[in-house]
Design a protein around this ligand. Structure first.
Ligand code: ATP
Length: 348
């Protein structure tokens, strides 16, 4: 059992708060993704779990044991980083075997374990090569195999795909997902890429400026963002957010009027996703001039200015409009999200 608990964990350097009161239980075998923009504290959180960074406050518990005072090597975790950290003078076989030697695993087990780990990441044919003779994707797979061979209780992965090109990133991502399913190891995975987070995670933790903004399944986070930060971070494009006023269930903003809403009167931020709205025939809830049109292949993205922001709608792939042309967008009340315009918190 390798449940991980972070109990009120904070990290401060002087007055600067890197991570603020992080409180979460990660279930045994769960794949948890820490997601957020650069500097939000995700790497620091992971490094505290690893023991590479001391928590200023709070307790870290792995498998029922408080590990705050344990060295990284005694925490039974394996780490994979974006820089592969391979030994250049050792071939792939010896790189993968290295952790077994360090940990004094009986020699007789080495060959079998190295071969099983390398087969899992499809490196069987490259065991004699040196890292310099491998592609970036293959090197990252060696790093993965070196983590797998240890059979740890916990995997920690910090942006393991970020040095790979777009295509390799997608295939290696699929491989990591498949491996985590097969190995059934509790995993904490750090990324700033929301697509990686959505595709890999059992649960996602969205962070901003050291503070957890929302914890939930990818569907929770996408369908019910807790605040405007999460709404504006998740999705491609992110949720449209317009500033305006709600009065008697009618939202009014520059170029926009949407009725049938529920909430108290006053200033609000209204959000909706581009794929939930539709380009209408005229007389829609948003009436504005086209700012830009982008062909995505499977759809056409139309962007207009409304409610003090750029607002996008996904139209049929054959839809065309000229920049500057007046168009109409229908935004039914049931696709709308309402947020407090001051705090950003969801209100409806
Ligand atoms: P990135 O995606 O860029 O790696 P991150 O979310 O992983 O970002 P962290 O590396 O956890 O962010 O850093 C969180 C904050 O703590 C940043 O503002 C960073 O500048 C600060 N920080 C990190 N290490 C130290 C340190 N040793 N001393 C002071 N501040 C630090």
């Amino acid at each position: 059992m390798a449940e991980i608990q972070l109990r009120g964990v904070s990290k401060r350097w002087g007055n600067f708060v890197g991570v603020d009161n992080f409180d979460l239980t990660i279930a045994d075998r769960e794949f948890l993704v820490l997601l957020g923009p650069s500097g939000c504290g995700k790497t620091t959180t992971m490094r505290m779990v690893a023991g590479l960074e001391e928590a200023t406050e709070g307790e870290i518990v792995i498998g029922g044991k408080v590990v705050n005072d344990l060295d990284p090597k005694d925490r039974d975790i394996a780490m994979v980083f974006q820089s592969y950290g391979l030994y250049p003078n050792m071939n792939v076989y010896d790189n993968i075997r290295f952790p077994l030697k360090v940990r004094k695993v009986p020699e007789g087990e080495h060959d079998d374990r190295v071969r099983r780990a390398s087969a899992m990441v499809e490196l069987d044919e490259f065991l004699h090569r040196k890292p310099a003779e491998l592609s970036g994707g293959q090197r990252q797979r060696v790093a993965l195999a070196r983590a797998i061979v240890r059979q740890p209780q916990v995997f920690l992965m910090d942006e393991p795909l970020s040095n790979l090109d777009a295509k390799l990133r997608v295939s290696t991502r699929a491989q990591i997902k498949n491996l985590s399913h097969e190995l059934k190891v509790t995993t904490i995975y750090v990324t700033h890429d929301q697509i990686e987070a959505m595709t890999l995670a059992d649960r996602v933790v969205v962070m901003s400026q050291g503070v957890v903004q929302q914890v939930g399944t990818p569907t929770d986070i996408y369908d019910r963002p807790a605040n405007t930060f999460v709404a504006g971070f998740i999705g491609s494009p992110a949720m449209n957010l317009m500033e305006g006023t709600l009065q008697g269930g009618v939202f009014t903003a520059n170029n926009a009027q949407i009725g049938g809403l529920q909430g108290s009167d006053g200033p609000v931020t209204l959000g909706f996703r581009a794929e939930d709205a539709a380009v209408g025939e005229g007389g829609g809830e948003i009436n504005a001039k086209v700012y830009t049109m982008e062909l995505l292949g499977d759809a056409t993205m139309i962007t207009v200015r409304a409610g003090g922001a750029l607002v996008s709608v996904k139209a049929h792939k054959e839809y065309r409009a000229e920049i500057g042309q007046e168009i109409s967008i229908s935004v039914p009340a049931q696709i709308c999200h309402l947020f407090d315009s001051r705090t950003g918190a969801r209100t409806g």
